[in-house]
Design a protein around this ligand. Structure first.
Ligand code: SAM
Length: 222
C-alpha cells in the first residue's frame, strides 16, 4: 500500500524545494492535490516520480517540478483569472484551482477533457471550467486573463493568446521549432502593444497542435 501523503511531502522537498522552488503558495498547492488521482491505474505507484507519465491519447501528465516552475512563474494572486491550454489529466488545473478561483482549461482531445472534468468535479474543484477545443484560439468569452499557462510546445507564441492577456498579465509557454526540445518562455504584457519576454529553461513538451500551433497529420499525430 502506497503512503501517498508521505510520498507527496518527499516530492515537495526533494524535487521542488531542492531545485529552488520557494513560492509557498505554489508548494502548498502541490501539497494539497492528490496527484495519484490523475494517474492511470497501472502507473499509480509512480505518481510522485520525478518524471512525466503517460496518459490516454499518447499524451503526458507533466513532471511535478515543471508544473511548479510554470505555476510559480505566473506569480498568481487568488483573484486572478487563469487560462490553461492543455488540460491533459487535469492535474495542473487542480493545482491552479488550489490558488485561484477562476480557472479555465482547454483540451483538444475530447476523452481527456471529459475524464479531467469528471475527476476535477469528483475532487471538489468545481470552480475549474473545462472546455474541449483548440486552446491556441484561447477562450475569448472569458478574456482577458491575468495568467495563461500553455502545457504543450508550439513553434511560436500564438498571437491570439497574447491578445487575450490582460495588461500586466503573464504567460508561460514552451516555444521552439524542434519537437525534441523547447525553451520555456515567460511573457508579460506591459501595455497594449508592449510585451516583455524572458527565457526560463530548456524543456521537452508534447506538441501544441492547432490553428496557431503545429498542424495535425492525417493519422492524428503531429
Ligand atoms: N497540464 C496537463 C496535466 O496536468 O496533466 C499536462 C498536459 S500535456 C503535457 C499537454 C496537453 O496539451 C495534451 O493533453 C494535449 O492533447 C494538449 N494539447 C495540445 N495542443 C492543444 C491545443 N491546441 N489545445 C488544447 N490542448 C492541446
Amino acid at each position: 500500500m502506497n503512503n501517498f501523503k508521505e510520498l507527496r511531502q518527499q516530492m515537495i522537498n526533494d524535487q521542488l524545494v531542492a531545485r529552488g522552488i520557494r513560492d509557498q503558495t505554489v508548494l502548498n498547492a502541490l501539497n494539497a492535490v492528490p496527484r495519484e488521482a490523475f494517474i492511470p491505474a497501472d502507473l499509480v505507484e509512480f505518481a510522485y516520480k520525478d518524471a512525466p507519465l503517460s496518459i490516454e491519447e499518447n499524451q503526458t501528465i507533466s513532471q511535478p517540478y515543471i508544473v511548479a516552475l510554470m505555476t510559480a512563474a505566473l506569480e498568481l494572486q487568488s483573484d486572478d483569472r487563469v487560462l490553461e491550454v492543455g488540460t491533459g489529466s487535469g492535474y495542473a488545473a487542480a493545482v491552479l484551482g488550489e490558488i485561484c478561483e477562476q480557472v479555465y482549461t482547454i483540451e483538444r482531445h475530447k476523452v481527456l477533457a471529459d475524464t479531467a472534468q469528471a475527476k476535477l468535479k469528483e475532487l471538489g474543484y468545481t470552480d475549474v471550467q473545462v472546455r474541449h477545443g483548440d486552446g491556441t484560439l484561447g477562450w475569448p468569452e472569458n478574456a482577458p486573463f491575468n495568467a495563461i499557462i500553455v502545457a504543450a510546445g508550439g513553434p511560436e507564441v500564438p498571437q491570439t493568446l497574447k491578445e487575450q492577456l490582460a495588461i500586466g498579465g503573464r504567460m508561460v509557454i514552451p516555444v521552439g521549432t524542434s519537437l525534441k526540445s523547447q525553451k520555456l518562455v515567460r511573457i508579460q504584457r506591459i501595455s497594449n502593444n508592449e510585451y516583455k519576454t524572458e527565457e526560463l529553461e530548456d524543456v521537452r513538451f508534447v506538441p501544441l497542435i492547432g490553428a496557431a500551433g503545429w498542424k495535425e497529420k492525417s493519422d492524428g499525430t503531429s
